[in-house]
Ligand binder design. Structure first.
Ligand code: ASP
Length: 460
């Protein structure tokens, strides 16, 4: 007998922003009986310029802390929940529960984390009733160690217990959990994605669906490239490379729990559920024709510190001495192109804004280099694709295109796994370079597929 398919569906703040969005969620959940386990964020923005309930709750804490009245903030939070409940004719006593919450907030009976967690708590209560699913509180499932890190073993145990008691579909609020002594702890901002991922992992789900307000990832920033192609499939490694460079749809930490368990994750759009979205998995299908590149992305705001060795001194230990200075200043070295007698430490400009002169002085004193040169205003651009691996001519083609549009490449590195060609250009050339790279791999805006390359190897 086939085991039933299990899907965990996590809906982000914009997907639960008002009654209209709740209706869309219900239609999505009811369209697939496998969607038995639902995680929700707190009600988010309804329109641009609107506030997220979580942001308002952080403000409530700040007001309480400074003994400033937070009545109007609490009113607008309450209003969000009341209008959803009224519009959907829900019987959950939100008026009464919210009034009790307001009283206790003003009496300072709650911890700041508890206050913030009520955004997801009330949203999940309303959603559970609306879907006809059981409400399961995240404090009874998601476990934290006392130091604030997640306790996956205890989460697993608690979930098994809850599953025995509930034995059916449920809705769980994202973003929070509790320590053993019952204290509410929060995940990072955007951490509802992590809650969904943990739940999918502990349930041994077949798929983790992350429902948001975009139809997955695009292969380039639409503000730079016109109509970039959506990414149908991406591996976890590629996603890591792309999101490190700026593409952000999903909380970065959310991939680890499902990845370790080999559970694929799909990004879907609550407002366009028919769109295929982006599937993220350990391995993309091999054998099929696929786009030659998965995406091109990047950002400005990098500084390169070029450090040249004095040839009269020994090679051994030179890099370590220089790099330990960055470590001491808590500056992360993001990339490190090397030459025979020199290397560059590429850092985020914001990270060295106040310390660059001290860092240089310390490197001079400790590593005694022949020369140090600082190059500012750099942009780094990553061209990412599992299909770049082992394919001759790809980088030649990329650099040829950059040459054609007159962009000078200041720096080149490639990850050992060959899924990423990383280049540094001057910030002024950033957008032109991204467009040129996209064009290099596309034909009338559509990214060229691997099967199209075989008959014309001269092209790449
Ligand atoms: N509500 C939280 C936030 O705004 C968590 C989440 O939405 O995932 O960060």
């Amino acid at each position: 007998m086939d085991c039933p398919v299990i899907k965990v569906a996590k809906f982000g703040g914009s997907s639960v922003a008002d009654a209209q969005q709740f209706r869309k969620v219900k239609a999505i959940v009811e369209a697939d009986p496998a969607r038995q386990f639902v995680v929700v964020s707190a009600s988010g923005r309804r329109y641009s310029g609107d506030s997220k309930v979580t942001d308002l709750l952080y403000l409530v804490n700040a007001h309480v802390n400074y003994h400033v009245s937070c009545d109007s903030l609490l009113d607008s939070i309450g209003e969000r929940f009341f209008s959803i409940a009224a519009d959907l004719k829900l019987s959950y006593p939100i008026g009464q529960r919210f009034a009790e919450f307001v009283r206790a907030v003003k009496a300072r009976e709650y911890s700041p984390e508890f206050v913030v967690s009520r955004g997801e708590y009330f949203t999940a209560q309303l959603m559970a009733e609306y879907l006809g699913y059981t409400f399961v509180d995240a404090v009874d499932v998601v476990a934290f160690h006392q130091d604030g890190t997640l306790d996956l073993d205890r989460t697993n145990e608690q979930l098994q217990q809850v599953m025995q008691e509930v034995s059916g579909p449920f809705v769980m609020p994202g973003f929070y959990g509790a320590t053993r002594d019952g204290r509410v702890r929060l995940l990072d901002r955007g951490g509802g994605d992590i809650s969904g991922s943990i739940l999918a992992r502990c349930l041994g789900a077949d798929l983790y669906e992350n429902w948001t307000d975009v139809s997955g990832f695009l292969s380039a920033d639409p503000r730079i490239v016109d109509n970039p192609q959506p990414i149908a499939r991406i591996t976890y490694d590629e996603l890591r490379e792309l999101s490190y460079m700026g593409a952000s749809v999903l909380h970065e930490e959310a991939i680890f729990p499902v990845r370790e368990a080999g559970i694929p994750l799909v990004i879907k759009n609550t407002n366009a559920p028919g769109d295929p979205g982006t599937v993220i998995s350990e391995h993309a299908k091999s054998g099929d024709s696929e786009p030659i590149i998965t995406g091109v992305t990047g950002r400005c705001g990098f500084t390169a510190i070029h450090i040249a060795r004095d040839r009269s001194t020994g090679k051994i230990g030179f890099m370590r001495k220089a790099l330990s200075v960055f470590e001491r200043y808590h500056v992360s070295v993001e990339h490190m192109p090397t030459g025979v007698d020199s290397f560059a430490a590429v850092v985020q400009t914001a990270d060295v804004k106040d310390t660059i002169y001290s860092i240089i002085a310390d490197i001079k004193a400790e590593a005694q280099p022949a020369e140090i040169k600082v190059v500012e205003n750099l942009a780094m651009i990553a061209t990412v694709g599992r299909n770049l691996r082992g394919r001759a001519g790809v980088s030649g083609h990329l650099f040829g295109m950059l040459g054609n549009v007159g962009v000078s490449v200041r720096m080149i590195t490639q990850g050992c796994d060959e899924i990423n060609i990383l280049i540094g250009v001057e910030e002024k050339d950033f957008e032109r370079a991204v467009r040129a790279i996209y064009d290099a791999f596309s034909d009338h805006g559509r990214i060229v597929e691997t099967s199209e390359l075989e008959p014309m190897p001269q092209r790449f």
